[in-house]
Design a protein around this ligand. Structure first.
Ligand code: GLC
Length: 534
């Protein structure tokens, strides 16, 4: 049964007064996928100390905050998104002291820290799931269908493929929207609410500035757990309200967390934020997660999924801004993350297109997410041998986003050969033999490098007043080109495959590819983006 798409009115409650500096409204947030960022101890797996050592790099890059993917105690059935203890650091990544040091060092460097919180499911090794009594109450168990209960309770499919139910030895079934090692929590149980409020406070006390809420659209399931009645459910995610995704009931949880975050922030003189990872079927439904009394930001997956096409991009930018305006939340922009094919490869136009897409994104009003390595122009690694792969969606049919290891290959920092300074040992996934020109070391100081392009653009974004927040105004442009004004600049984007000439709009500030200025004309290459001073 697929539910009707209903959109409750966007701002039914009075807007909350603006608190604090609103640092997050235009923040550039750098995603650290911890196991692939930097390794300090030589086991080939990135860790918190490794990340700590790279904070000066991030400061120099010009970002405002980091988001750390889960580093909690976990059997690592899904890269740490299967948490066994939310208050402990997995020894793979270090210790609680390392987390404390990292948060302190980031703050000393003027960077804020956002950590991941995984409330839809735990690991099957979590003590609650291990306890036969507790697990019955705090997870979603149901008897099976069929004469002997041998069939799953309903037709839901796991996002990673296959049925969303696994039968226990006792004969009943438990729900897991992801891997069988990730049982879904029962958010009808007040103990679950209390536990997560306590976990949030635990990390707030350690000093974090916010939470990225994993599967923020999934915690509440439709009463009665109705069948969907159609196969290929993975294709429906994000285009429909499903009985397990984007149920209206999730908003009560986000409202309670907002109260907790605001209360904590007020008491400690800071502003702590929540960021929703929510796959909603429309920009309007996504905006519901960032109403004034809910979370602060939501990832803009429609933007990530837009094709390299002028009309498509303009439409998705307008839809994003239009949807956020009534709720007063900033739009967010993202091109890559640890779940999708890196945009250099995904957009299909190689490095030129990736650089143009990045410069366009950095000119948009709102907050930006940068996934580690995109500032180096890293491509997706498409030829990993099967025996090194670890993504559970690779091992179950019909993965959500294809196979997610190719975007998680450890970063190249320096040197000529793997592991390119990633750490003193190897790297948990093999790095390509031809990445030596992509290292941080090779790109630093080279004005034509992608790293320096990001640095220049981020520096300008800080220095041009008003560039981060506010509105944009589209300007007339020939077919295949986009042009819009922002405070202090005009941004032009060519989505054409060839050179194009137009009247010189101003002085070039930064460009993703060389532009030629000839008298009163500008000539820009295909697949390029330029910021012009006006
Ligand atoms: C989110 C994470 C993804 C993870 C899934 C289950 O989508 O980004 O990596 O597999 O949640 O926790």
């Amino acid at each position: 049964m697929t539910q009707e798409l209903t959109t409750p009115s966007p701002a039914p409650r009075a807007p909350a007064p603006r608190r604090g500096s609103g640092w997050w409204r235009d923040a550039v947030i750098y995603q650290i996928y911890v196991r692939s960022f930097a390794d300090s101890d030589g086991d080939g797996i990135g860790d918190l100390r490794g990340a700590c050592g790279k904070l000066p790099y991030l400061k120099a890059l010009g970002v405002d905050a980091v988001w750390l993917t889960p580093f909690y105690a976990s059997p690592q059935a899904d890269g740490g998104y299967d948490v066994a203890d939310y208050r402990a650091v997995d020894p793979l990544f270090g210790s609680l002291d390392d987390a404390r040091d990292l948060i302190r060092a980031a703050h000393d460097a003027g960077l804020r820290v956002i950590v991941d919180i995984v409330p839809n499911h735990t690991s099957d090794r979590h003590p609650w799931f291990q306890d036969p009594e507790l697990s019955r109450q705090r997870y979603v168990f149901r008897p099976g269908k069929g004469e002997r209960g041998e069939l799953p309770p309903n037709d839901w499919e796991s996002v990673f493929g296959g049925p969303a139910w696994t039968r226990t030895e006792r004969g009943d079934w438990y729900l897991h929207l992801f891997a069988p090692e990730q049982p879904d929590l029962n958010w009808d149980n007040p103990d679950v609410h209390a536990e997560f409020a306590d976990i949030l406070r635990f990390w707030l006390d350690l000093g974090v500035d916010g939470f990225r809420v994993d599967v923020a659209h999934g915690m509440v399931k439709a009463p009665g757990l109705p069948d969907i009645g159609r196969g290929e459910q993975a294709k429906l995610i994000g285009s429909q309200v499903l009985p397990f995704f984007d149920q209206d009931g999730v908003h009560a949880i986000h409202r309670s967390w907002r109260q907790l975050l605001d209360g904590y922030g007020d008491a400690h003189g800071k502003e702590v934020v929540g960021v929703a990872e929510a796959w909603a079927p429309s920009a309007e439904r996504l905006a519901l997660y960032v109403r004034p009394d809910e979370l602060h930001q939501a990832f803009n997956f429609p933007y990530l999924n837009a094709t390299w096409d002028a009309a498509d991009l303009r439409a998705v930018i307008d839809a994003s801004l239009d949807a956020m305006r009534p709720v007063g939340a900033p739009a967010t922009w993202v091109l890559s993350n640890h779940d999708v094919v890196r945009h250099r490869t995904r957009l299909g136009g190689g490095l030129d297109r990736a650089r143009a897409a990045a410069l366009l994104m950095l000119a948009l009003p709102g907050s930006v997410y940068i996934y580690q390595g995109e500032e180096l122009g890293l491509p997706e690694v498409t030829d990993l041998p099967d025996h090194v792969r670890q993504d559970p969606s690779f091992f179950r049919a019909n993965g959500q986003d294809g196979f997610r290891d190719g975007c998680r290959v450890p970063l190249p920092w320096s040197g000529e050969l793997p592991p390119y300074g990633f750490g003193p040992g190897g790297s948990w996934l093999p790095q390509p033999a031809d990445w030596r020109r992509l290292t941080v070391e090779a790109q630093t100081g080279d004005p034509s490098s992608t790293l320096e392009l990001y640095r220049t653009a981020l520096d300008l974004r800080r220095r041009l007043p008003g560039l981060g927040d506010g509105e944009l105004s589209w300007q007339p442009a020939p077919k295949g080109l986009l042009a819009f004004r922002r405070p202090g600049l005009l941004c032009t984007v060519s989505l054409l495959p060839h050179l194009v000439e137009f009247p010189l709009p101003g002085r070039p500030l930064v460009s993703s590819a060389p532009v030629t200025v000839d008298g009163g004309s500008a000539v820009v290459p295909g697949d390029s983006c330029t910021w012009w001073a006006i």
